[in-house]
Design a protein around this ligand. Structure first.
Ligand code: AGP
Length: 609
């Protein structure tokens, strides 16, 4: 998704904007640009490709001035090119935008009829033209902006500068995230928190239809009706270092290794192993609401969807309630059976995924009670749900989701224990035992992280493969899917996750020497069946990489490679099994030289359909 940075203050804007754009690179982009006002002169610099190209342009032609906006573009309308890069300049107006303007074609046609000349293929350029047109008609600047916002439809986070108002910065948001950073006598706009952490931790999460006006003497936030509104100022606890690589080669690698701490931070303050209690103050459901529940619906996308699949096991087995799991992009177009006796749980690391957010909106309209599981504090999904369970994973910068996933599993397990306790489906003693196991989980995960060298050696053996198959059963089937997604999205190898029991129904036709098969084969009620699948694959010359306990010699002797994982209670095995798969994908991608943190075509948060 696109990244936006804005600055107004006493410092030179260019270096701050460039630094901020670099901190947003993980969002994925294909071009970049900047506009800065100096006195009453507005100049823009843009470039195709990575920020290093924009830096070259800025070195030759710097942008002096203290008020400016910057942008990294992830192309939606119009191919990646310098002409399509933001900002888009018309008369005295420059605009950067994240989102999709759905009625841009009809507006553009009208503007063309009126004589406007366009220099790009983007939807965004119509915003600059509309504001310029309104100014030419004599409208006051803010009214010109507000009239423009009432003309366009779709999603937007906008930052706007006007050479005629050199000490003013204007921004607006609807459905695409935008935050306002409050410095000492200076202001920052950004698409995400890491971009401004070095400058301030005082942040306002703008809401839909907010219009922000920044001046040296202060800021105003206006609502849809033009009325001034107050917004909460949040203090972000993350340090800038948390958003840095801290010596790791990639953010993804750092975030894989942060998982023991992230798991501790997620259950800290929420469990009491001595009393056998799970304390979730964020769940505001009354006892009767919980007793009246007849269904739970989990809605998510991508990796978060795989977490939802594991969550189904937890919630059904512990709460004895029917649980449905759906992709955000499917749920929003179905006629799901949801009512006031349904608890809808959207799961999202970014809290901005458009399809998941639309699922939340649809569920609320159908009367569901909603509890979001989100990592990004203050994000749209977090604010729009009745309640939110924050996974305290810290900023996840790598596009491939890792620590967010394992903390989502932790969240789902705690929520299941909490609800089961409130429903009387589980005794204090049973909770006590499970919580005692939970306290060991970070160490078990650390044991898998200590296998890093062995896993890299395995990665070297299989890095040239063109296809991979991942097999798992029961609680491990979603982990097979997740392992495959990790590999395909960062190494570009075609990898497919499959329910192992389905092998005879098709995939076994694929087995040959060329396709490694990763099998999750730890002790479980279905281990014998998995061993049967291993035999099927081995008998056809398949090359098997098994994840199994260090003392499971029966499995080890039937496979080509194996990763020895600690033996843990079944319900915690998804968390312990996924980390070696994250590491395997990471090392294969790193060895293949792909862009691990910003894989091609991908964005960290998919804020458009
Ligand atoms: C996972 O590695 C991907 N980055 C992607 O599938 C991601 O999980 C999905 O886009 C959902 O994102 P969210 O958790 O922020 O909603």
């Amino acid at each position: 998704m696109c990244g936006i940075i804005g600055y107004l203050g006493p410092q030179e804007a260019m270096p701050i904007i460039l630094d901020g754009l670099k901190r947003l690179e993980y969002r994925g982009y294909d071009s970049a640009g900047m506009a800065v006002i100096s006195d009453h002169t507005l100049a823009i610099r843009r470039s195709l490709g990575k920020l290093i190209e924009l830096e070259k342009v800025l070195r030759q032609e710097p942008l002096p001035g203290q008020v400016g906006i910057g942008h990294t573009r992830w192309a939606t309308h119009g191919r990646p090119s310098e002409a399509n890069a933001h900002p888009h300049l018309v008369d005295s107006i420059a605009v950067v935008h994240n989102g999709i303007i759905e009625n841009y074609l009809e507006v553009k046609e009208q503007l063309l009829k009126e004589g406007h000349r366009f220099s790009s293929e983007t939807d965004t350029e119509i915003v600059s033209h509309l504001i310029a047109k309104n100014l030419r008609q004599g409208m006051e600047y803010l009214e010109a902006v507000r009239r423009t916002l009432s003309t366009i439809r779709g999603s937007y986070a906008l930052a706007i500068v006007n050479a005629q108002e050199p000490r003013m910065l204007v921004a607006a948001r609807k459905e695409s995230p935008l935050i306002l950073g409050l410095g000492e006598g200076e202001y920052f706009l950004a698409s995400d928190i890491p971009a401004i952490l070095p400058y301030t931790r005082r942040v306002i999460f703008l809401e839909d239809h907010d219009l922000v006006v920044l001046r040296d003497e202060g800021f105003q936030i206006l609502d849809r009706e033009g009325q001034q509104v107050e917004r909460t100022v949040n203090h972000i606890s993350w340090s800038p270092a948390m958003a840095e690589k801290a010596g790791y080669k990639h953010f993804m690698q750092k975030e894989i290794f942060e998982q023991p701490r992230a798991l501790i931070d997620t259950f800290r303050g929420r469990i009491n192993p001595d009393s056998g209690e799970v304390i979730l103050e964020e769940i505001v459901l009354k006892d009767q609401d919980i007793k009246d529940l007849r269904k739970i619906f989990l809605v998510a996308c991508g990796t978060s969807y795989h977490a939802a699949m594991v969550g189904k096991f937890y919630l059904e087995s512990l709460c004895r309630l029917p649980v449905e799991v759906d992709l955000g992009s499917e749920f929003r177009y179905r006629e799901p059976l949801v009512d006031s006796h349904t608890l809808l749980i959207p799961i999202s690391q970014s809290g901005e995924t458009a399809d998941t957010r639309a699922g939340l909106t649809a569920g609320k309209e159908l009367g569901a009670k909603t509890l979001a599981i989100v990592n990004a504090v203050g994000s749209s999904i977090a604010r729009e749900a009745d309640a939110v369970f924050y996974t305290h994973a810290g900023p996840e910068i790598g596009v491939a989701s890792t620590k967010a996933f394992t903390t989502q599993l932790m969240a789902l397990y705690l929520i299941a224990l909490f609800l089961a306790s409130r429903l009387g489906r589980i005794t204090r003693d049973q909770v006590r035992r499970r919580l005692r196991d939970l306290l060991k989980l970070p160490n078990w995960v650390q044991e898998t992280l200590d296998l890093d060298v062995q896993i890299r050696e395995i990665a070297q053996r299989y890095m040239e493969a063109r296809n991979f198959l991942y097999l798992g059963r029961s609680l491990h089937y979603p982990i097979a899917l997740e392992g495959a997604l990790k590999l395909k999205e960062i190494s570009y190898i075609l990898a497919e996750g499959y329910a192992a029991g389905e092998m005879k129904h098709g995939p076994i036709a694929l087995i040959d020497r060329e396709m490694p098969v990763v099998v999750l084969a730890t002790r479980s009620p279905v281990l014998e069946k998995i061993q049967g699948n291993i035999e099927e694959v081995a008998a056809r010359g398949g090359r098997i990489i098994a994840l199994t306990e260090a003392d499971n010699y029966q499995v080890q002797e039937r496979v080509e490679s194996f990763i020895p994982v600690p033996g843990v209670p079944l319900e915690l095995s998804p968390i312990v099994l996924v980390t070696p798969l994250q590491m395997l994908a990471y090392h294969i991608a790193d060895l293949r030289g792909t862009d691990v943190d910003q894989p091609r075509n991908l964005a960290k948060s998919v804020t458009v359909e």
